[in-house]
Design a protein around this ligand. Structure first.
Ligand SMILES: Cc1cc2nc3c(=O)[nH]c(=O)nc-3n(C[C@H](O)[C@H](O)[C@H](O)COP(=O)(O)O)c2cc1C
Length: 164
């Protein structure tokens, strides 16, 4: 890493950076794929688009590359066990992750979480290789909204929002 910034410093600093917790989903053939992700960011309103950063080692990355489609599910604050599961914490991978949560599908057949506060359906418009990750820019083709408070991650812990 350049300018004397090592992995530990990067990780320690990024751990302080609070993130809204999502599950990014995709399909590879008949099988569903999903990961917990905080690297999700608004890109532009015209066209409506967002970006996600996905580790190339994950099946989710391969699935998005192949199909050029993904969903972003924003988690409500009671969903931290599901966030841990989709981060691979239970040693569960691939299709088996979907045994918990109320999963449905969008018109394209991609997984949507019933409990999600927001469900974004995206079509990939650009892919950028960046270190260990692929940055997918997704044009948003559908949005579903529900009421509730989002789950937040900071300093290796889950939090709920409290008004000031
Ligand atoms: C709070 C949290 C946020 C994460 N954010 C991302 C992310 O933005 N991008 C990513 O590629 N992985 C992220 N991960 C790691 C992936 O969830 C993890 O590598 C993946 O689920 C492993 O899946 P597998 O065991 O099925 O390979 C995050 C993990 C946690 C706990």
């Amino acid at each position: 890493m350049g300018m004397g910034v090592d992995h530990a410093s990067f990780r320690a600093a990024m751990a302080r950076f609070p993130g809204a917790v999502t599950i990014i989903t995709a399909c590879q053939g008949e099988e569903r794929r999903g990961i917990t992700a905080t690297a999700v960011c608004s890109v532009s309103a015209d066209p409506p688009s967002l970006l996600v950063c996905v580790n190339r080692k994950t099946g989710t990355c391969a699935a998005i590359r192949e199909t050029r489609a993904f969903n972003v599910n924003l988690l409500p604050d009671p969903a931290s066990p599901l966030a841990m599961r989709f981060a691979g914490a239970d040693g569960v991978t691939g299709e088996d992750k979907f045994a918990k949560g109320s999963w449905t599908e969008d018109s394209r057949g991609l997984p949507l979480l019933g409990e999600a506060l927001i469900g974004f359906s995206c079509e990939v418009s650009e892919m950028i290789e960046a270190g260990s990750h692929t940055v997918f820019i997704g044009e948003i083709v559908d949005i579903r909204l529900s009421d509730g408070a989002p789950l937040v991650y900071e300093q290796s812990r889950f939090h709920r929002l409290a008004p000031l």
